[in-house]
Design a binder for this molecule. Structure first.
Ligand SMILES: Nc1nc2c(c(=O)[nH]1)N[C@H]1C(S)=C(S)[C@@H](COP(=O)(O)O)O[C@H]1N2
Ligand SMILES: [Mo]
Length: 433
């Protein structure tokens, strides 16, 4: 069995669950019936699993599924590298505890080769396309001087965040939970710039082009060129941004200019932005077609091969939450209550409540939840938990959106590329007497 992330709920194949290899320990554990398995699990955990009667068979305890391999990237703090060509790195959950994600803890997802030394003084952005009234070029200073500036806190989450858990496995970066963040972005409204250029009646989509090279280094070949429908482009919160948390964008996150579409797959938020095309059809750039950033239009059984024409473009991201305090795996004294906190977000509306459970989802308790500071900003939850006895527990968090849609407790609909895993986040806590 391949190693799974902290977010992983189940062994690869729960029906062939006789032998497991648990996380970092790489210790094979033979299960001869659930009870002896439980004993071995408790031995590995060093504590008894208190609500074991509710624990689904085949569940890998979060304490054993986590992986906190250290690694450093310049300007980033504690990110875990998933791929170095191109560089992709995610943030461990406990490092995402800030209400506003610091630039140093914002994930990196590159499809191509990062531009080496972009020069902000000579940088230009072209707006054109069959549904633009004209073609117009802006320098960075044109954008800064001709349009009003706006700052919003906007959640960006990679469509593949949580991919590591899908079974059968999906190829691509094996994101666990850390391809998400919510910094403050400053720039101009995309709609103000588009309006200044002129948008024709027949416009349906915008597409972006960035300055990164395709991995093949073929001149002019985009590594990725995605976009959004015109209605999303025209939202107040859709930005052409030059700043993250009042500082220039980090190079890895698109310096000097990028799009930011909060709540939508972050693949729509083009980095190193050079060109926007206004289209009279759905944009057909790199990674808009085929299976990229698409899920089956109708649910399919795991492992099904789906024809390209039956795949639909992902739009808003589903409701989700992340426990950012405490760090998974801590010891906690029985006599004390434990503060648990984190964030919750949803791409199409706000989150209305967050529930937590310490008994594998048998009972849930409501957390306090803030309102978003603006549309598409994540919200913060907090709760105090007490434990009935010492032993091993898991804390699960479950967000519910304003339409009453909740995060699933197990993996949601399998899809060929492993997108949109919004299963409940869980952490391990050992309560000690
Ligand atoms: N030009 C360009 N824009 C891009 C990408 C890229 O590789 N090149 N990756 C996209 C994807 S898939 C994601 S998830 C986000 C990641 O943004 P970040 O690296 O700032 O976290 O950028 C998007 N914009
Ligand atoms: Mo992504």
């Amino acid at each position: 069995m391949k190693k799974k992330g902290l977010h992983a709920l189940y062994a690869e194949d729960p029906h062939k669950a006789d032998e497991y290899v648990f996380g970092r320990t790489s210790q094979p554990l033979t299960r001869r019936g659930f009870l002896s398995g439980l004993k071995s699990l408790s031995a590995l955990l060093g504590a008894e699993i208190v609500y074991s009667q509710f624990m689904p068979a085949g569940l890998i305890p979060a304490a054993l599924a986590q992986d906190d391999t250290p690694f450093t990237i310049a300007g980033k703090d504690g990110l875990v590298v998933l791929n170095d060509r191109p560089l992709n790195a995610e943030t461990p959950a406990h490092l995402l505890d800030d209400e506003v994600t610091p630039a140093s803890r914002f994930f990196i997802r590159n499809n191509g080769i990062v531009p080496q030394t972009p020069n902000p003084d000579t940088w230009t952005l072209v707006i054109e396309g069959e549904s633009a009234a004209q073609s117009k070029t802006f320098t960075l200073s044109d954008l800064k001087t001709q349009f009003k500036h706006y700052t919003y806190q906007l959640t960006l989450e990679c469509g593949g965040n949580g991919r590591a858990e899908f079974s059968p496995a999906a190829t691509g970066n094996q994101w666990t939970t850390g391809a998400v963040g919510c910094p403050r972005w400053t720039g101009v409204r995309l709609k103000d710039v588009l309006t200044a250029v002129g948008v024709k009646q027949d416009a349906v989509y915008i597409g972006y082009y960035g300055d990164d090279l395709h991995l093949s280094r073929t001149p002019g070949k985009a590594s990725i060129s995605r976009g959004v429908p015109i209605a999303k482009a025209m939202e107040d919160e859709s930005l052409i941004a030059w700043s993250m948390n009042d500082a220039p964008l980090p190079l890895m996150n698109g310096f000097p200019l990028r799009l930011v579409f909060g709540g939508w797959p972050a693949s729509t938020s083009g980095k190193w932005l050079k060109k926007i095309v206004v289209r009279n059809q759905v944009h057909d750039g790199a990674k808009m077609l085929g299976k990229a950033y698409r899920t089956p239009c109708k649910p399919v059984a795991p492992g099904t091969s789906v024809a390209d024409e039956d795949m639909c473009i992902i739009e808003a991201m589903p409701v989700k939450s992340l426990i950012t305090y405490p760090k998974s795996g801590i010891n906690h004294p029985l006599a004390k209550s434990l503060e648990v906190r984190g964030h919750a977000w949803c791409g199409h509306s706000a989150v209305s409540k967050v529930l937590t459970s310490i008994d594998f989802g048998q009972t849930w308790q409501s957390a306090s939840l803030t309102r978003p500071v603006n549309k598409h900003a994540w919200q913060h939850f907090k709760t105090e938990l007490t434990f009935p006895t010492d032993g091993y527990y898991e804390i699960w968090a479950r967000a519910v959106d304003e339409n009453g849609r909740a995060q699933p407790m197990v993996l949601p609909g399998w899809n060929p590329k492993g997108y949109l895993n919004n299963a409940c986040h869980r952490i391990a806590v050992k309560v000690v007497a």
